[in-house]
Ligand binder design. Structure first.
Ligand code: DON
Length: 307
């Protein structure tokens, strides 16, 4: 029997197309010049079925969505207790690139803001690892999750490196606070490289579905992370994944999610489905305007709200 899901997803895409609000990220040329008409959605069920509609072959940089997976890798490489010693798990209430640490512990608030993400990156492989070792480890892990070899977009990487002062500032703040022990410039360069890895919506939905499936890849059956890591990542995504918009997001959409500045949103409903939406124009929180619309509609139509 033909599945009705692809036709449904096509109707979701058409339903949100008229929302022309927001603007693409403007801090680097490559993102500012993105084709804002692009729009795509994908669902990856935990039984291995993948459905998509719209511009589902368009690749974009993963950006902040990488933070969720690099957190899982840091937990695997350093162990959860060591990670929790260096990175908190509370929403910060500040912008993603804010220079702030928790009073008392000196830890970044959570791994979804840049400070926490750079700290997590520094724990990948080992504190004294090289940039190349960490990049290879992350690219390999993300490729396994996506089920295909992913690449770094060198144009995005170079552009971000030209204007990395704020992230470098965060790196040196982390070093001064004793949160990272490696050269801050190496950690920041590596973090920026991980953000420049390119994916499409099907990749992202599949990557999310591994989190929803207790760390087991729904297609290959490969065990890619322990269930405890998947749960930890999904929990932090639920409270911190959508930045300042996280509270409203959880109340209205109701599933764990992480957004990236290129215009993607990755969602995850444990035990059921990995979700990805893409469209470059962003709202005031830095979340894709049409991506949020898509997730709202999917949640309402398919009853995806956790509560
Ligand atoms: O750290 C940065 O500036 C970017 N490379 C990633 C930021 C990002 O995706 C923020 N999320 N919406």
């Amino acid at each position: 029997m033909k599945s009705p899901i692809p036709d449904y997803l096509q109707s979701v895409v058409e339903n949100v197309r008229s929302n022309d609000g927001g603007a693409p990220a403007s801090y680097i040329d490559v993102l500012a010049k993105a084709d804002t008409s692009k729009l795509a959605v994908a669902l990856a069920m935990v039984d291995g079925h993948i459905y998509s509609a719209g511009d589902d072959k368009i690749e974009f940089s993963i950006q902040s969505i990488s933070k969720a997976f690099v957190y899982a890798i840091a937990i695997e490489d350093a162990g959860l207790p060591a990670v929790l010693k260096k990175i908190g798990m509370e929403p910060s209430g500040d912008a993603f690139n804010h220079l702030s640490l928790q009073k008392g512990t000196n830890r970044p608030f959570n791994p979804m803001i840049n400070a926490g993400a750079i700290a997590a990156h520094s724990l990948v492989v080992a504190p004294d690892a090289t940039l190349e070792q960490r990049t290879e480890r992350i690219l390999d892990a993300l490729s396994r999750l996506a089920g295909r070899q992913l690449q770094v977009d060198e144009k995005v990487f170079e552009a971000e490196m030209k204007d990395a002062n704020r992230n470098m500032g965060i790196g040196y703040m982390l070093k001064a606070a004793g949160i990272i022990s490696c050269d801050p410039a190496v950690a920041v360069r590596g973090y920026i490289r991980q953000c420049a890895i390119t994916v499409n919506v099907k990749d992202l939905a599949l990557m999310a579905s591994v989190l929803c499936n207790g760390g087991v890849h729904p297609v290959s059956g490969e065990k890619l992370m322990p269930p405890e890591s998947a749960r930890q990542v999904l929990s932090v995504m639920a409270t911190c994944g959508m930045y300042d918009g996280a509270g409203e997001w959880l109340a209205t959409v109701g599933f764990s999610a992480k957004s990236g500045v290129a215009g993607a949103i990755m969602g995850a409903l444990p035990g059921q489905v990995g979700i990805a939406a893409f469209s470059p124009k962003l709202d005031e929180h830095g979340n894709s305007v049409r991506g949020v619309d898509i997730c709202r509609k999917l949640s309402a139509d398919m009853g995806l709200h956790l509560m």
